[in-house]
Design a protein around this ligand. Sequence first.
Ligand code: NCD
Length: 304
Amino acid sequence: MRSIIDVPDLSTQEIQALIDTASDIIAHPDDYREACRHKKLATLFFEPSTRTRLSFEAAMYELGGNVLSVTDAASSSASKGESVADTARTVSCYADIIAMRHPKEGAALVAARAASIPVINAGDGGHCHPTQTLADLLTIHREKGAFGGQTIGLCGDLKFGRTVHSLINALSRYEGMRFVLISPAELKLPSYIKKDVLRSKGIPYEQTTSLEEAMPQLDVLYMTRVQRERFFNEEDYLRLKDSYILDLPKLRNARKDLIIMHPLPRVNEISTEVDPDPRACYFKQVLYGKYMRMALIMMLLKGA
Ligand code: NCD
């Protein structure tokens, strides 16, 4: 039984195979319409989501499969006190694969240990979010042609932003990557990621509070939302929420071939005046997420 809890669960060859499959789906969607016929995906979402849940469900429908869905903890037995492990064991009796989002770090791992079907982590608290990273990787691959030798700016809430954690994990496998970590002092990247991923692999990185100063060197700018739901007090959130707002004047010193990414939802981090700029890739990223989830579901069901 194969589950995907975070990016290290996938080898670099498997990531490339997923990118190749997603690219083939984009080129020949009709070839995949029956790929998961009679299979069921259960989406168990105990935390809000628009893109991730709907893209998993759209992915399964486009593969000819079916979907069972829990969209709200309050409407499931979790509200009666059922454990994640028992829920996973139960859903294993109904479905062939689970995509799960949960507010607690480690919940997907607990589910995977209890389930008898593959579990995909669709976000566990402030920890990680591997399928968003697959969407991000396909975006970078299609927009930049390849991975390697790029300077990646990550901006915003690097402390609680789980998409950032998984993306650094993935990109740090490729040659010549550099990271510029742009955040307020309170929302810096957790030290365990700096130590276990960046320093242990000798990957160069710098930390700054200034988006403007970082801008000219960036090949990729990955903006993130300040994660309100992970804050202990509202005052801190209100003070930090608008730390970075990307607008056209801030892009004046950016490279012509910069790509601007954001896992979405955005709150104020990117002014809508940036949307028509050819460097804005965040809505393409949404679409690529569906193709990568199709590729991942197929891979896991084949191995199941
Ligand atoms: C992200 C998430 O849920 O972590 N969104 C997503 O899945 N596309 C980012 C966020 O909520 O800020």
